[in-house]
Design a protein around this ligand. Structure first.
Ligand code: GUN
Ligand code: FE
Length: 456
């Protein structure tokens, strides 16, 4: 295995990050010194005395001073992205889910049988996600083992933390986009072993982990689902996640009812052993209370993809309801069912969806809840809240330095001179109006993966 690329640095300036277990709780630090050694946060000094003593002990660790207008936030964790669909991202917004899959998606994914085309598409996507500050992405690739390995390689080369799944589907894939049950299980296991062989490390620290990926119930036979459940169990201790689509849309639910009369997605996944503590299910818009309870009990997470839901779901995901039921919810883009690769866009759409659909006061969410969910919430949905999502000591240092970038939006001094209020105004403006031009630097495991010299 290649050597691990991890960074050692100290970063001084302003910080905003989610804390605690209540969605929306943010901490704003107007002067902090964060020390990262070998990719991990060793110390976070936030008082004058702590900072002075930390500075004295830095010795050979390079000190990066952020600009007065800049601030540092945890990297975004996109819990649901279809890497092959980057090919048509921003188009194909005119059909309902089942027709969209047949008409646009399966043909585009089938093209990635060509592994060099796959590598090209994936390189562009991973670069773009990093540019937007997505330090971790949970990917669906295509059916093809070669192209899926290429995605693993691209993430490792460009330095993005990733969870990568070879899509499994042995039925209803339409023309020539299916595999046999045996091929699907064999190639899924080969991908798991490939990820583990690339980096011999604990799963929590490994840059790219494998994901068992049944596409969704309609495209998977019972034998395939059970075989995938067995693989998830076999490799769980060495680091193996699970993902799929669950209770996504009205047309999908109707198809499942036709294929499995009297059963619903959650029960079918549960019976196959796929609802683990390292499982993230996308969408889950149409979930009953007892189904949410099942997720909460098992530690299964939800990838909420608000932009995609607006196009496909036929309903709104009730973020607060799921979080209050004890389910770990993260945010995702669902490229290209969601047309934007930006997690800020996902945050904004989550807020808007909740404002538009809230029938009772307090059922809506704000930018703080959305950002918390896109970072700490996503980490928890992956079962990695001890390792990712904020600046707690001991966690991996995956972060972005955000600058004002004057051409993106104007800033005016807020009426208060309180530096905390100024920082929160800068942060809120970034969440609501910012884009990739504001993302000055991106670090994953302390390694600088976007922005300038090699100081990381
Ligand atoms: N359900 C099955 N496949 C897909 C997909 O590619 N995108 C979305 N949004 N839903 C799906
Ligand atoms: Fe999806």
């Amino acid at each position: 295995a290649a050597p691990r690329e991890v960074g050692t640095l100290a970063l001084r300036g302003r910080f905003v990050h989610g804390v605690g277990s209540t969605a929306g709780t943010l901490d704003a630090v107007v002067d902090g010194l964060l020390v990262v050694r070998h990719g991990r946060i060793e110390r976070f000094a936030i008082s004058e005395a702590e900072i002075s003593s930390a500075l004295r002990e830095l010795q050979d660790i390079p000190l990066v001073q952020m600009g007065a207008d800049a601030f540092c936030v945890p990297g975004m964790i996109d819990t649901h992205v279809h890497a092959p669909q980057h090919q048509f991202c921003g188009t194909a917004t005119d059909l309902q889910l089942m027709a969209w899959l047949q008409h646009y998606t399966f043909p585009a994914e089938r093209r990635l049988e060509d592994a060099s085309l796959a590598a090209d598409v994936y390189t562009r996507l991973v670069r773009r996600l990093l540019a937007h500050g997505t330090t971790t992405a949970v990917y669906f690739a295509s059916l093809h083992l070669g192209g899926t390995k290429a995605l693993v390689d691209v993430c490792r080369t460009l330095g993005q933390r990733a969870f990568v799944g070879k899509v499994a589907m042995d039925q209803h894939g339409g023309e020539a986009y299916e595999e046999t049950t045996e091929e699907s299980l064999r190639d899924t296991e080969a991908l798991i072993e490939y990820c583990h062989a690339c980096e011999d490390a604990p799963a929590e620290e490994r840059l790219v982990n494998p994901v068992v990926t049944p596409r969704f119930i309609p495209t998977c036979s019972k034998a395939l689902l059970e075989g995938l459940g067995a693989l998830a169990a076999k490799y769980d201790a060495r680091g193996c996640w699970v993902q799929s689509h669950c209770a996504e849309s009205v047309d999908e639910m109707a198809f499942v009812e036709q294929l499995h009369p009297g059963k619903r997605d959650v029960q079918i996944f549960a019976e196959a052993g796929l609802l683990t503590g390292r499982c993230v299910m996308a969408h889950c818009v149409h979930m009953r209370e007892d189904e949410l309870r099942t997720f909460a009990e098992r530690g299964t997470g939800i990838a909420c993809c608000p932009l995609s839901n607006a196009f496909f779901a036929g309903g709104t995901f009730q973020l607060r309801r799921a979080q209050q039921a004890g389910v770990r919810v993260g945010l995702g883009t669902d490229v290209a069912g969601g047309y934007s690769p930006s997690m800020l866009n996902s945050c904004r759409t989550a807020v808007i969806a909740s404002k538009v659909s809230a029938s009772t006061a307090g059922a809506d969410i704000d930018f703080k809840v959305a950002f918390w969910t896109a970072t700490l919430g996503s980490a928890a949905a992956l079962g990695l809240e001890q390792h990712l999502g904020n600046f707690a000591v001991g966690k991996q240092f995956d972060a972005c330095v955000i600058s004002r970038a004057a051409d993106v939006y104007d800033t005016f001094a807020p009426p208060s001179a309180d530096p905390r209020e100024v920082l929160m105004a800068d942060f809120e403006r970034y969440v609501n109006l910012g884009d990739d031009r504001n993302v000055q630097k991106v670090y994953v495991r302390g390694r600088l993966v976007k922005g300038g010299d090699a100081s990381g």
